[in-house]
Design a protein around this ligand. Structure first.
Ligand SMILES: [Fe+2]
Ligand SMILES: [Fe+2]
Length: 260
């Protein structure tokens, strides 16, 4: 895994987020749009504001693996970038004259789920959040007319797409060591977690989605497409790695039989 690439990328992106200038004009959205939008963004803000304690603990547990050298440093910077998202979203909530949250029920469920099984499971729940965030910020960037929301959503969308690529790199390293049956099991549980999360988020944010002219069913369909795209790219890499391993093995067999 090329962790140095990610380290550089997270550092540069976090700096940009901290320095980002937002349009100064006050929010001109009518109350019936501004209010649900502010509430919804405040929920995502709370989700982004975690300190990454569980993720760091997990990282420490696998840091000794040869193919994940440098991963710990990359994760620290990844967490710092997520915190810069929380800061940007907090500025957006203030712009929308909304209230920042310290507790919210979907966020509490999410945190509870992350502790449910083990640290490895924790990263799947986190990945699900990244996939949902990609859809959510994509919709805000496309459909919200407020310039501050658009500016922040575009940047966060770009960052979350990077996070998905980072997670894919990591999962590729982890999953290629598993048997095909365990990989299959992993895929089904990931799909189930993602499906359940998309259902809850679509329902919880339904008022905001309505202001963007999106139904909960549309949101779930978009979330499913995002999951499929992520999963098919991951599986393509695993298949390519499997083919390469087989080719190396058969070349080794040929070499040893001609040598013998
Ligand atoms: Fe984020
Ligand atoms: Fe993220």
């Amino acid at each position: 895994m090329s962790t140095q690439l990610w380290i550089n990328r997270f550092q540069a992106s976090t700096r940009l987020n901290h320095e980002m200038q937002l349009p100064a004009a006050p929010c001109a959205l009518p109350h019936h749009i501004r209010e649900p939008l502010a509430r919804s963004i405040a929920t995502f803000q709370l989700g982004e504001s975690g300190g990454g304690t569980r993720l760091r603990r997990y990282t420490r547990s696998i840091a000794t693996l040869e193919n994940l050298r440098g991963y710990q440093r990359a994760v620290d910077l990844f967490v710092a970038e997520e915190q810069s998202h929380a800061a940007l979203l907090a500025r957006t909530v203030v712009h929308l004259r909304g209230t920042l949250l310290t507790k919210q029920w979907t966020n509490s469920i999410f945190r509870w789920m992350r502790d449910l099984v083990n640290l490895e499971f924790n990263i799947q729940v986190l990945l699900t959040a990244e996939l949902i965030a990609e859809v959510y910020f994509g919709l805000l960037a496309l459909r919200c007319t407020d310039p501050v929301v658009q500016t922040v959503a575009r940047k966060l969308l770009r960052d979350e797409m990077g996070h998905l690529a980072f997670q894919r790199d990591f999962l590729f390293e982890r999953l290629k060591t598993l048997t095909p049956a365990t990989q299959c099991l992993w895929r089904w549980q990931f799909k189930a977690i993602h499906f359940a999360t998309a259902m809850v988020v679509a329902w919880d944010h339904r008022h905001c989605l309505r202001t963007l002219d999106i139904t909960p069913a549309d949101f779930r369909a978009r979330a499913t497409r995002s999951w499929q795209s992520f999963q098919s790219r991951l599986e393509r890499r695993l298949l390519e790695a499997e083919i390469q391993t087989r080719e190396r093995y058969s070349r080794g067999v040929q070499a040893s039989s001609s040598g013998g």
